[in-house]
Design a protein around this ligand. Structure first.
Ligand code: ATP
Ligand code: MG
Length: 230
């Protein structure tokens, strides 16, 4: 199978609809250079999360193509594609298992200590220790219900542990308190430093730090540039 090395992402004239007749993305083209952070912004429903889902290959594009390091992602085995990408969705769903295994899923060979270090970095460690069963707490549909922000931090811990070449982050629209947000951004900045990052950004602090901002309107890229240019 093909191997990716650098982490360059190209969308070339990508068209997509979930249901026939209603185009969600129209001729979307952009490039994320290796190591860059690109922020996707735009109104609700403009197609931001759809771009993330397509890159992780939840759906097939209907026109154009998506390349990683010049290779069409549909010509690569889904497993190798996904081993190369870490995704933190807008609404994280946890597996029916304990919290430790939910984090370890990022890298199955990780030790318990590495799992906990990732949880510390994602600012979720103390929360986990506050449960009577700690890291053994069962979560997911049949277990303890965590808030949206807490689930997303579990997904961030998983991604930190995985340390993939490409990170896709779909920021939760719900506001986190500013200290938590600050801690998470510092942790992510650490993991993201040498990684290509595509982030759906709702927070100004994320947007300001991005190397490039793509403004999406009705499934088209309406503007692009750095924060000071837009
Ligand atoms: P938000 O900021 O609210 O998260 P978004 O920019 O991420 O919005 P998307 O989730 O990409 O928006 O959705 C783009 C459009 O596609 C919306 O009109 C939405 O209703 C539609 N859509 C999203 N998911 C599906 C689906 N599974 N089936 C059908 N239509 C969908
Ligand atoms: Mg979204």
């Amino acid at each position: 199978d093909l191997l990716f090395t650098e982490g360059r992402v190209d969308f070339q004239n990508v068209c997509f609809s979930y249901t026939a007749g209603k185009e969600i993305l129209s001729e979307v083209s952009f490039t994320v250079m290796p190591g860059q952070t690109v922020a996707l912004v735009g109104p609700s429903g403009s197609g931001k999360s759809t771009i993330i889902r397509l890159l992780f290959r939840f759906y097939d594009v209907q026109g154009g193509c998506i390349l990683i390091d010049g290779q069409d992602i549909y010509k690569v085995k889904q497993n190798s594609l996904r081993s190369y990408i870490g995704v933190v969705p807008q609404d994280t769903v946890l597996f029916n298992d304990n919290i430790r295994e939910n984090i370890r899923y990022g890298r199955i060979s990780a030790s318990d200590q590495e799992v906990e270090e990732a949880a510390v970095a994602a600012d979720i460690h103390h929360k986990i220790l506050s449960f009577p069963d700690g890291y053994d707490t069962e979560v997911g549909e049949r277990g303890l219900k965590l808030s949206g922000g807490e689930k997303q931090r579990v997904a961030i811990a998983r991604t930190i542990l995985k340390s993939p070449r490409i990170i896709l982050l779909d920021e939760a629209t719900s506001a986190l308190d500013s200290q938590t947000e600050c801690n998470i951004q510092a942790s992510l900045a650490k993991v993201c430093a040498n990684h290509t990052t595509l982030v759906v950004a709702h927070r100004l602090s994320t947007i300001i730090k991005a190397d490039q901002i793509l403004v999406l309107h009705d499934g088209r890229i309406a503007e692009q540039g750095r924060h000071e240019e837009l």
